[in-house]
Write a protein that binds this ligand. Structure first.
Ligand code: ADP
Ligand code: ASP
Ligand code: MG
Length: 812
């Protein structure tokens, strides 16, 4: 014998019910017991009818009307030829009975648990009768049984406990007395000894089916629903949730207890006790294999079986020095809660015994506070214990898997993954069975948490990275292009999927939570919402996506002001913008400390030498115990270009203009020509090397005549032309002594300087061409021959590549 249960989602419409009939009709001839839930949405509408009547609103009539229509329409479609008279009569009489019960509630303005259960029972009574009648019409040998005559319970309305002795006896008798090949029963409902209707808790039809399966010693129990079986996470939260082929009863119990709604937790126990295999199958894909729940799972793949969450949790903390070493406090706490029927979902106690923390359903938190404070009234009065502290708006997140027992490091991975995503944990519990690790987190973080953990434990290591980019000029466009063309390779080689969620410039922003189409993003930005940077940042925080990286390609101080907000949310910041690293030391240190504190990254490799790995090399040297004694560097692509190309045949101003036209200079070329940009770079290198320097500490012997620095950029070019003689003289002096002009930055024993120097042909920098940069590190290890980094140090392409490298670094 087999027991099959069909959930509300399987019988939401006539079309779906036909699928169910096809599954039931397609049998091997074995006797079957079918259990049905109410049609989808009906239980909620029944609750609504009762509540509306109880507050004295006539609108309960509309709720019942909508229930009536849903059933009558379904019947019309199912029985297109002729609706059996007895079915129509039954349905009409049940609906008018429902109306009378609600009318009674309306009159007395009171909805007791007992009456609500009576109201709820109509859902399952109607659905099961309709389907039984349909199966009969199709020529099957069917008998409908009233679960209220069979499932006997106590009087705990809404959540009644089964009287198993009586129930098992009645199930045995009913099944034996019936000659029908197919028995149909309503799920969810039962009855007390004095014949009042009860219900078994939301989702309780699963339980009805399991009780029956265990009582008759069924060969199997099949729960038919709207998904392929148990999944590694709730498919509504995790798009890439995977189907679980086999799982143990205990794992399924943990998963369902911690929120996997696909099966009602009490369902597991009766079939587990009898060793009856439990299948979960998909009504809408009946050919798929489903999930088999059994005693020992034969496929032991992976450490973690699933990730679940339950919302609407409150944490209660009982604290106080009076608790230490004195037995009985926890007993009194749990007694007080249990006397008020408050179920405890999770417990933690610190080993100092200074505090006990329990998680309960949020709706019980006010009552819990009342009863616990009353229980400890005396201790609170003398200050031995603090009044109970309650925190709402939480959820419990759980990792479940039998194999966790034999593996170390699972909780480490779990919590570091959450930590890297800025998810704060209010409490942690691990059962001694080591089958479950649970953590209480803020409900607003649940989606992100479940997704990052799913990625960590299930997705072959493929990690989704969510990028936001501020500033889409030359470098931004190049970056988008590089990401577009290299994404596939990165996904294969590094297991990273980069998605650009938002882009913004100084005036507009464009955001798509599912990722922007990169070929059109920049064009679409120009016709998008006009907004400043703050709302863009607010949106990043609000979306709260996992593995978020913010890229600052602007030169704006306003954008830098938003870094702390982002870093505190564990969003990594990649700055091409040099302001953060080169403003005052305290600020620079603050950003770095924030990144460390919140497990995020603050990276700015392109601040020095564009795409050249200058800062990272320096960091690696220091991290590996080397000491940097001296740095000498050519750090301005612009100045190198200018002095390489200025040979007296053209005006100095013309050469500068060419550098600007070719995109090497800062937007204001004076930042380059004055040496300020180079000074910022050596300042950053000095700080990275461990020196606490400020901008005024950098000695800067400029070569521009004073007047060139005043006024506008046009004035600047005018002044350059006016001073051509000055530049020509510098050039000739160098050439006359067989030297070249190079703008060199240096750091020696903590003292930094920048300035124009004459160097000979033997110098390391003599052969630097074009817009090249070069950095020489003299360290303890590289004492005589410096470590040299050399290559193009300016240009949108290489800068974008440097930013890209920082993104990958932060992503991993
Ligand atoms: P039914 O009406 O058949 O009783 P439910 O809505 O009670 O169906 O349960 C099925 C739903 O459970 C699925 O649609 C799915 O969204 C949800 N669910 C939550 N967690 C899981 C999980 N881990 N595996 C499968 N489904 C899950
Ligand atoms: N109809 C009830 C509910 O919605 C029972 C069930 O579907 O299992 O909770
Ligand atoms: Mg269900």
């Amino acid at each position: 014998m087999k027991v099959l249960k069909f959930g509300g989602s399987s019988i939401g419409s006539a079309a779906n019910i036909k699928k169910v009939v096809a599954i039931v009709g397609n049998s091997d001839g074995a006797r079957r017991i079918l259990v049905f839930s109410a049609m989808q949405g009906i239980t909620d509408k029944l609750i609504e009818s009762g509540n509306r009547a109880a507050i004295g609103g006539r609108s309960y009539i509309q709720s019942i009307q909508s229930i009536r229509e849903q059933h009558l329409q379904t019947i019309q479609t199912l029985f297109s030829d002729a609706v059996p008279d007895d079915l129509i009569r039954y349905v009409q009489s049940e609906l008018s009975e429902l109306e009378s019960v609600c009318e009674g509630v309306y009159r007395v303005r009171e909805l007791s648990g007992r009456t609500l259960d009576r109201i709820l029972s109509f859902g399952e009574l109607l659905s099961s009768n309709i389907i039984a009648s349909l199966l009969s019409t199709n020529g099957l040998n069917v008998e409908w049984l009233d679960s209220r005559k069979i499932i006997k319970t106590d009087q705990n309305y809404g959540f009644a406990a089964i009287d198993f002795t009586e129930t098992n006896k009645r199930i045995g008798e009913s099944v034996n007395n019936s000659k029908a090949a197919i028995l149909v029963l309503p799920g969810f409902i039962g009855c007390t000894a004095d014949d009042s209707t009860t219900t078994l808790g939301r989702g309780g039809s699963d339980y009805t089916a399991s009780i029956i399966a265990a009582a008759v010693g069924a060969d199997s129990l099949e729960i038919w629903t709207d998904v392929d079986g148990m999944m590694t996470a709730d498919p509504r939260l995790v798009r890439k949730a995977r189907h679980i082929a086999r799982i143990t009863y205990r794992e399924a119990l943990e998963l369902s207890h911690f929120g996997a709604k696909v099966i009602y937790p009490p369902t597991i126990q009766p079939v587990m006790a009898k060793g009856i295999p439990l299948w979960i199958r998909n009504t809408f894909a009946s050919g798929n294999e489903g999930t088999l729940i059994e005693a020992e799972s034969s496929t032991a793949e992976g450490i973690i079986r699933g990730i679940t969450s339950i919302d609407n949790i409150a944490m209660l903390s009982l604290e106080g020095s009076g608790m230490v070493g004195i037995p009985g406090f926890s007993r009194r706490l749990f007694d007080a809660l249990s006397r008020s029927q408050i179920n405890v979902i999770l417990i933690t106690q610190s080993s100092s015994e200074h505090s006990i923390c329990v998680a309960v359903d949020d709706k019980h938190s006010a009552l819990a506070k009342q009863v616990v404070d009353r229980e400890f009234e005396n201790e609170i009065a003398v200050g031995k214990i603090d009044p109970l502290r309650t925190e709402s708006g939480l959820s419990i997140l759980a990792l479940v898997g039998d194999n966790m027992k034999s593996h170390t490091g699972v909780s480490g991975r779990m919590f570091s993954t959450l930590g890297h995503n800025g998810i704060n944990i209010s409490a942690i519990a691990q059962g001694s069975s080591e089958r479950n690790i649970s953590a209480a987190i803020r409900s607003s973080d649940v989606r992100k948490a479940v997704n990052v953990l799913h990625e960590e434990f299930f997705s072959d290591g493929n990690k989704q990275i969510n990028l936001f980019i501020a500033g889409v000029g030359n470098v931004g466009r190049k970056l988008l292009e590089q990401i577009r063309t290299q994404n596939e390779q990165i996904s294969e080689a590094l297991r990273l999927n980069l998605r650009i969620i938002g882009i913004a410039n100084s005036k507009r922003r464009l955001i798509s939570a599912d990722g922007l189409e990169l070929t059109t993003a920049v064009d679409n930005l120009n016709s998008s919402e006009a907004l400043s940077i703050e709302p863009f940042i607010d949106k990043i925080v609000e979306l709260n996506l996992r593995n978020t990286i913010f890229v600052d390609l602007t030169a704006s101080p306003d954008v830098v002001e938003t870094y702390p907000t982002l870093l505190r949310k564990s969003v990594s910041v990649i700055a091409c913008n040099k302001i953060a690293a080169s403003s005052n030391y305290g600020r620079y240190k603050f950003f770095k400390d924030l990144a460390r504190e919140y497990n995020s990254n603050f990276l700015y490799e392109t601040n020095v030498g564009a795409g050249l790995p200058v800062i990272n090399t320096l960091n690696d040297l220091i991290r590996s115990g080397d000491r940097v004694n001296r740095i000498e560097a050519v750090l301005s692509g612009t100045l190198n270009f200018v002095f390489n190309n200025y040979d007296g045949s053209r005006n100095f101003a013309e050469v500068v203009r060419q550098a600007q036209d070719e995109g090497y200079t800062e937007p204001d070329p004076r930042l380059d020509l004055s040496g300020t940009d180079v000074a910022r770079k050596i300042l950053i290198l000095a700080r990275e090397a461990g020196y606490r320097l400020e901008m005024p500490d950098i000695e800067n012997t400029g070569f521009l005549p004073e007047s060139c620095l005043a006024g506008s950029v046009d004035d600047f070019y005018f002044e350059l032309n006016r001073h051509e003689y000055h530049f020509r003289k510098m050039f000739d002096e160098a050439r006359n002594s067989d030297k070249f002009l190079k703008y060199i930055a240096s750091l020696k024993e903590g003292t930094a300087s920048v300035g124009l120097e004459q160097i000979g042909p033997e110098h390391n920098f003599a052969n630097l061409s074009g817009k090249d940069n070069a950095v020489l590190f003299y360290t303890n290890r590289y004492a005589d021959q410096p470590l040299v980094i050399k290559g193009a140090g300016a240009g949108a392409d290489v800068t974008a590549a440097g930013v890209f490298a920082d993104i990958i670094r932060a992503a991993r």
